[in-house]
Design a protein around this ligand. Sequence first.
Ligand code: NAD
Ligand code: IPM
Ligand code: MN
Length: 361
Amino acid sequence: TPTFRIALIAGDGIGKEVMPEGLRVVQAAAERFGFELDCRTIDWASCDYHAQHGQMMPDDWKEQLQGVDALYFGAVGWPATVPDHVSLWGSLLKFRREFDQYINLRPVRLFEGVPCPLAGRRPGDIDYVVVRENTEGEYTSLGGVMYEGTEREIVIQESVFSRHGTDRVLRYACELANSRARKHLTVATKSNGIAISMPWWDGRADAIGRDYPEVTVDKQHIDILSARFVLQPTRFDVVVASNLFGDILSDLGPATTGTIGLAPSANLNPERRFPSLFEPVHGSAPDIYGQNIANPIAMIWSGALMLDFLTQGQGAGRAAHDAILGAIEAVLRDGPRTRDLGGTASTTELGMAIAERVAAA
Ligand code: NAD
Ligand code: IPM
Ligand code: MN
């Protein structure tokens, strides 16, 4: 039996509530499809760990994760006690960079049984993937504050777009589009306003796109692109975007499918030189933490993406992924439902209902 070593980092807030449900379903799939998960629970988060140690992770965190095949991650962030940039740069953003997880894959799909806030849209009308650049772009710590505390105060926050970093995410998106039926790629840009990096980004999209003659490349400014996520969602198949634009689009897209509580994400190092990380798109949701009402489906779907990525080429992982997606579809159609889906079921009830269907699939 193939064995995968998984580091479980539940994190803060509802990360701690959705993790057990994700694990329940992933373990049901492992049992059913014949692979072994060797899981290690790790408590690095803002709440307990940072409170005790004054930092998000130990200095030797990378050594401690040696040999791990994947990270299954809930969410970190507890702004009441630790500033968000400290939590995130000390944890999730560090993993993405140090493990070179330069692809952040975020599927968006409208399911049967989930009322769409966009009148008249049916499942199938909304079914696309956001490919988000995940290691550079607008997310940097470069810059500074000058004349601090005076009326002349100036803040500079730099962006970084490397040719290597840009080309590889564009190529990944082209490959993905090329592998799909519609072969359509939307490139998010803002070359009208952001006058240096974005015209250059467009040029790289043209250059890489030329290697994929069957892929239609459609560049759209981020403002109208956001509007079209709402007005014309059927236009989209694969959407590639810089780090910040991809972040925004990947909350907006799932909102048009009813709730961000469904949205999964895969932070990939496609070459597998480092472990990849699988997590919901959403955060730690302090506003609902402690009530057992968070929707666990984003976490569960992320687990399905993890099994698919880990076992690529073996069949069992794909079967496990498909069984989990089938169980999610069935539960969304027939219930139970959490509160964000208009129901009254708990996080645990949803997790158990999905796990049961996976086991029986
Ligand atoms: P959030 O995603 O945590 O919550 C936004 C809203 O969506 C809240 O009203 C919340 O109740 C709701 N929501 C989120 N997930 C849900 C679920 N599974 N089921 C039902 N409702 C759900 O975003 P935020 O409020 O901006 O951030 C809260 C904290 O989480 C901050 O510390 C932030 O930095 C952090 N954060 C972490 C991650 C991550 O670790 N990947 C992602 C986003 C935000
Ligand atoms: C996400 C989150 C993170 C991001 C935050 C918490 C730094 O919003 O994974 O989408 O912006 O990448
Ligand atoms: Mn986000």
